[in-house]
Design a protein around this ligand. Structure first.
Ligand SMILES: Cc1cc2nc3c(=O)[nH]c(=O)nc-3n(C[C@H](O)[C@H](O)[C@H](O)COP(=O)(O)OP(=O)(O)OC[C@H]3O[C@@H](n4cnc5c(N)ncnc54)[C@H](O)[C@@H]3O)c2cc1C
Length: 241
C-alpha cells in the first residue's frame, strides 16, 4: 500500500497560462526517504468533491536541493491540476508518496554519452530534471532534445531551456516543433519528417534514446528511430497522456 506524507507547499508559480510549478519542502526527518534521481515521480493523493484522486507527477528539479518541484499542466476542469491552479496556496500541505522509479535514464560520468530525448507538453518534466543534472555532473555528455508544443507561450520551461542551450551549446541542442507558431525549428507537430531531419543533422549514433508522451507519439517516434538503425535496446519510452 502506498504511504503518503504531508509535505508543505512553499512555492507556487505560473509557468504558462495552462501550467503551474509547485515546490514541496522536504523536512529534515524525511530527507533520506525522499532522496530522488532525475526521472522519478511522486504520487499525490487529494480528495476533491468526494473523490479520492491519485495523480502522478515527475520531479523536474535536481536532487541537490531539499525541495521537490513539480510542473503541472491543466488537462481539463475538475481534476487535480485544476485544483492546483485555482485553489492551492503556499503554506498548505499535500499528501505525497516517496519518489518512485520511472524513466531509466542512463547516468555515466566516465564515458561520453550522446542521448536523444523526444517529448511534447508536460512530458518535459523528467527531461528537465535530467538535463539540469547532466549539464552539472556529466560535462562530456551531449543531449539532443526534440520538444513539441503549440507555441513558445505555451511551452513549459521555454526560457529556462533556451538559457541552458545558450550556456552549454556543446552539450545541449534543442529542436522546437511548434504546431501553432512560426517560431522554432519546425512549424508543425513532431512527425516522421521532423525526426528524420533531426537524425540527419545530428547523426543517428545515439547511446540511448528516450520518448515520453502519448502512445501515438511513442509508436511513431520508435518506428522512425528503429528504421534509422537505432537498436531496440537503446530505445526507452514512457507513455504519459
Ligand atoms: C508517471 C507519470 C508522470 C506524470 N507526470 C506529469 C507531470 O510531470 N506533469 C503533468 O502535468 N502531468 C503528469 N502526468 C499526468 C498526471 O498524472 C495527471 O494525469 C494529469 O495531471 C491529469 O490529472 P487531473 O486530475 O488534472 O485531470 P483528470 O481528472 O484526469 O481529468 C480532468 C479532465 O481533463 C480531461 N483530460 C485528462 N487528460 C487529458 C488529456 N491528456 N487531454 C485532454 N483532456 C484530458 C478528462 O477527460 C477530464 O475531463 C504524469 C502521469 C504519469 C503516469
Amino acid at each position: 500500500m502506498t504511504r503518503f506524507y504531508p509535505l508543505k507547499v512553499i512555492e507556487k508559480r505560473q509557468l504558462t497560462p495552462e501550467s503551474i510549478s509547485i515546490g514541496l519542502k522536504i523536512p529534515d526527518n524525511l530527507k533520506d526517504i525522499f532522496q530522488f534521481k532525475p526521472g522519478q515521480f511522486v504520487m499525490i493523493e487529494k480528495e476533491i468533491d468526494g473523490h479520492n484522486l491519485r495523480r502522478y507527477y515527475s520531479i523536474y528539479n535536481t536532487p541537490d536541493e531539499p525541495i521537490i518541484r513539480l510542473g503541472i499542466k491543466l488537462k481539463g476542469a475538475d481534476g487535480f491540476a485544476d485544483y492546483v491552479m485555482q485553489h492551492l496556496k503556499p503554506g498548505q500541505t499535500l499528501n505525497v508518496s516517496i519518489p518512485m522509479n520511472d524513466v531509466p535514464f542512463q547516468f555515466d560520468n566516465k564515458n561520453p554519452q550522446k542521448l536523444l530525448a523526444i517529448t511534447i507538453g508536460s512530458g518535459i518534466t523528467p527531461f528537465y530534471s535530467f538535463i539540469q543534472y547532466i549539464l552539472k555532473h556529466q560535462p562530456e555528455t551531449k543531449l539532443v532534445l526534440v520538444y513539441g508544443n503549440e507555441s513558445p507561450e505555451k511551452t513549459m520551461f521555454y526560457q529556462e531551456l533556451h538559457h541552458l542551450s545558450q550556456k552549454y551549446p556543446e552539450q545541449l541542442k534543442i529542436y522546437e516543433a511548434f504546431s501553432q507558431s512560426d517560431q522554432g525549428d519546425f512549424n508543425r507537430r513532431i512527425s516522421p519528417e521532423v525526426l528524420n531531419e533531426v537524425l540527419q543533422k545530428e547523426d543517428a549514433d545515439f547511446d540511448a534514446t528516450y520518448i515520453i508522451g502519448p502512445d501515438d507519439l511513442k509508436k511513431m517516434a520508435a518506428k522512425v528511430l528503429e528504421i534509422s538503425g537505432i537498436s531496440k535496446d537503446k530505445l526507452h519510452y514512457r507513455v504519459y497522456s
